[in-house]
Design a protein around this ligand. Structure first.
Ligand SMILES: Nc1nc2c(ncn2[C@@H]2O[C@H](COP(=O)(O)OP(=O)(O)OP(=O)(O)O)[C@@H](O)[C@H]2O)c(=O)[nH]1
Ligand SMILES: [Mg+2]
Length: 227
């Protein structure tokens, strides 16, 4: 038998718990933001579905910029230190956060990682979020920029189906453009869908593996570090 009173009570409890979690997260995110601003640290939160190329993009970006700026990385994954090990090979300080069953990073985890990394004044701090187009959008980390990556193999419709993360981001990277000759995807439609969801998004089209578009992306980062 369905008891409507119990149901509404449960729904209210779930809603309250969710609000508490988000509120606590937002407070910690503001604390992170204040710290990053005081130390002029540019913090780039990379978000995408699994396998879109976050770590590959990081590796290539680090190789291009590490002689010019101090770079630090926080790696978020449910399990393993595979991505952190890849970054460590480049001799960049990296801290792996394993979220277990969690599907996103939270401001408190970033706070903890930053205490270990101690990023220097004027540095660039990359956060690779857990591969997922849904949950990372809900959690402010105190970052300077949210970058959403969508790759050409994912289809033109992803911005329309997962709009929240595209609305929260200020940069969108369309990765794996080297694969375009082998795919049925229409790049122009993907671009239009990205901008339909968020007309303010700055779009970079690139291939992290072949290097197309990497110059524009790295110039944007350099500009951010100078301002
Ligand atoms: N063809 C092509 N492959 C790419 C490109 N960028 C990344 N890849 C490949 O895509 C696969 C996944 O790349 P990763 O960088 O590990 O992706 P990720 O987003 O970090 O994955 P998770 O951390 O598991 O979410 C690897 O086999 C990469 O070599 C690209 O621009 N073109
Ligand atoms: Mg990765």
């Amino acid at each position: 038998m369905c008891n409507t009173h119990d149901h509404s009570h449960t729904a209210r409890t779930v809603l309250t718990v969710e609000q508490d979690i988000l509120q606590r997260n937002n407070l910690l995110a503001e604390r992170n933001r204040g710290y990053f601003e005081a130390k002029r640290i540019q913090v780039i939160n990379l978000m995408s579905s699994p396998g879109s190329g976050k770590t590959t993009l990081l590796e290539v970006t680090i190789r291009r910029l590490q002689d010019r700026f101090p770079i630090y990385v926080i790696e978020g994954d449910q399990q393993t230190s595979i991505d952190a090990d890849r970054i460590a090979l480049l001799s960049v300080p990296v801290f792996q956060v394993n979220t277990g069953a969690g599907c996103h990073l939270e401001a408190g985890m970033v706070n903890h990682a930053v205490k270990h990394l101690e990023p220097s004044e004027g540095s660039l701090l990359f956060i690779e979020n857990v591969g997922n187009l849904i949950c990372p959008a809900l959690f402010d980390l105190g970052e300077t920029h949210k970058v959403v990556i969508v790759n050409t193999t994912e289809g033109e419709d992803k911005p329309l189906k997962y709009p929240h993360i595209f609305r929260e981001a200020d940069v969108c990277i369309i990765n794996k453009i080297d694969l375009l000759p082998f795919l049925a995807i229409n790049l122009q439609t993907l671009r239009e869908n990205v901008l339909r969801v968020n007309p303010r998004l700055q779009i970079f089209e690139l291939s992290a593996t072949r290097g197309d578009g990497m110059g524009e992306w790295c110039n944007w980062l350099k500009l951010k570090l100078r301002t």
